[in-house]
Design a protein. Sequence first.
Length: 386
Amino acid sequence: MATGSSAVSFRTGTISNPGILIRRSLAACFANKEERIAREQLKRDNSSNEKTTAAHSWKRLGVDISELSLALTLPTGQSFRWKLTGKDEYTGVVDKYLFTLRQTSTDVEYMLHYTCASEECCNISYGHHCSSYVSPTDEVNASVTAHPELLPNNASTARSVNTKQSIFTSSYGQSAGQHRENAIHLCQMHGAQSCCICLSCAEVSLKDYFNLDKSLEKLWAPFIAADKRFAALAPYMKGARLLRQHPLECLFQFICSSNNHIQRITQMVDYLASHGTFLGSVSGIPFHAFPTLEALAKITEGELRKAGFGYRAKYIVGTVKELQMKEGGGQRWLNSLRSNTLEDTYKQLCSLPGIGPKVAACIALFSLDQHHAIPVDTHVWQVRNT
């Protein structure tokens, strides 16, 4: 199991033509709703023939294998959303972005995919603006400053929030997660609908997902000094780290994991994900953004049972309903658990249908910044008593 999290410095600067970024971002996000739904359904129906377009060539993430080993992090039971799509290449979805990752001798490289056809870029609605999981990088800041006329009617409010709460101009000393949560807060305030496709935003989300604002070397040093057994094993586990997943996605993955094995868990998670927005196909495998609560609410218990979820079907439907009743919305409630004590986080999670102490610990550890949570299953208990 991955442990720890690596130190990075986020790139700063401006872009030469921020208006292009805004136009492309808006075009990617805000096509006519009915046409968008129809296109997504068509994509699902023809997923085997769908081809993705690489938004960019391979880009370096700037992290050594000693700080991030894909093989020791992705296929270790923290997430069930990553697929091997080539030799030593992993493809998966982080937030709304479809990535392929590969390990080199000196770095981790990523390719960002998207399926935005050129004709979609004509349907722009200025009644909405960019929403969840868009991190406020310098590029976004430059666009807001240089081209405020491209923002919706509430742009002046957005600038006011910027001034009062430092949403866009937040310090680069903050973690990627803080950037993302600031952006989520801003977007929730203005009722935004969808997400930008922006390389710099996507990279920040990827670094946040891998907890790359923390150094494994620094985290492990005191343990190596204090524990001979840890010191002996550490060289074999270099680059194994904790993921910082989207809480909603992590929660439903681990409801599926209860009394289950990885192959079946993966099939269940793939079924749930298929109800989210189609992002593209890589090596013939379709990939979707994880569905929203609203999309999950449309799946019936009968459909889940037919898909092989068994008794978990009732828990998934029940948890969706419970989250929808949370004040401020289920997603905001889940995000708020990141600032709770571990004990209270366990208590809150275990109040949801189908979540016991072990599943709660997994959700807390892999998505809610509770890095002192220890999931204990029968295997861990056996090791403890050996």
